[in-house]
Design a protein around this ligand. Sequence first.
Ligand SMILES: NC(=O)c1ccc[n+]([C@@H]2O[C@H](COP(=O)([O-])OP(=O)(O)OC[C@H]3O[C@@H](n4cnc5c(N)ncnc54)[C@H](OP(=O)(O)O)[C@@H]3O)[C@@H](O)[C@H]2O)c1
Length: 327
Amino acid sequence: MPNQIVISTLGGPEVLKYQEYSLPKNIKNNEVRIKQTAIGLNYIDTYHRSGIYPLPAELPFCLGMEAAGEVIAIGEDVINFKIGDRVAYATPPIGAYCEIRDFPEEKLIPIPDYISDDEAASILLQGMTVEYLFERLYKIKKDEIILFHAAAGGVGLIACQWARSVGCKMIGTVSTKEKATLAKEHGCEFIINYKEEKVSNKVMEITNNQGVPVVYDGVGKDTFDESIKCLSTRGLMVSFGQSSGMVEKIDMHKTFNPKSLFYTRPSLMGYTLNRKELINCSNKVFDKMKKGDVKANIYKKFKLNEAEEAHKTLQSRKSSGSIILEP
Ligand SMILES: NC(=O)c1ccc[n+]([C@@H]2O[C@H](COP(=O)([O-])OP(=O)(O)OC[C@H]3O[C@@H](n4cnc5c(N)ncnc54)[C@H](OP(=O)(O)O)[C@@H]3O)[C@@H](O)[C@H]2O)c1
């Protein structure tokens, strides 16, 4: 029987349990059966595990939103995939932390020959996030200075490379010297180690007291107030995650009125609403990789039965780049 990681109660990494399961006897007409070879670990998995996001399924459930593998069987109505195809996905339905699963054809992405399964599973969700953040939510421009928090993280290192490829001068925040070096090597123009310098002071120094037109903030609680201080008049605050915890109450008037700011709280799902958007988005990531503008950064590969350790690593802030699980 295949194995998966299941949670039966919400909580810390210790609630992740490795268990056998049985596959459905019949594949649904519109689904593809995938033998998975690499699973992407994302911060959202920790929100589902701890319960800070609404439950994506009834307990007990198998966690995970991203994986790559090979098609081993197809439902009767499947037209775009055949047995033997290499495929990946980075959307719900959740349940990626397993060896074999069925997944709807509609949300499946073919992996190009020049990308390995490990690369696909490590970059698809985070890369598509950078695509919509930088190309569609707000289009970053050549020579423009922007602020991006956690620049050496999974999403962050892709953002550094994407910004460099556009000629955009990214200011990235990091917590250590090692992360600063890494972000710089990946194309981040200015680095702020927030343990040593106050972020808003440094941003104002870099921008001649103008502030930045956009802040991408995936850290949340600990960075929100500083992010607002860093924005220029009519700037855009993009809250796209909360690795430090949820931003609690905001005084709308006091926060946004003095500089006539804009605010958005986007999700990748909102920017991949249908198959056309999903394929356009993933193709843009693959194109950047083909050109050599963006490379996958796999910090560490854990065995599927080490998911607990992998979650601890991500949440300990020790990792840089992406983490994958090997079924
Ligand atoms: N909205 C969307 O569409 C979307 C999609 C994908 C990801 N996300 C969000 O993007 C963010 C980054 O995701 P990721 O998977 O690439 O994670 P990550 O950036 O690799 O890891 C989180 C990083 O956040 C920083 N951090 C600051 N305070 C922290 C704290 N108290 N606890 C933990 N980390 C803290 C750490 O970097 P330093 O040590 O340098 O501070 C840490 O390495 C997450 O918030 C995630 O939810 C959003």
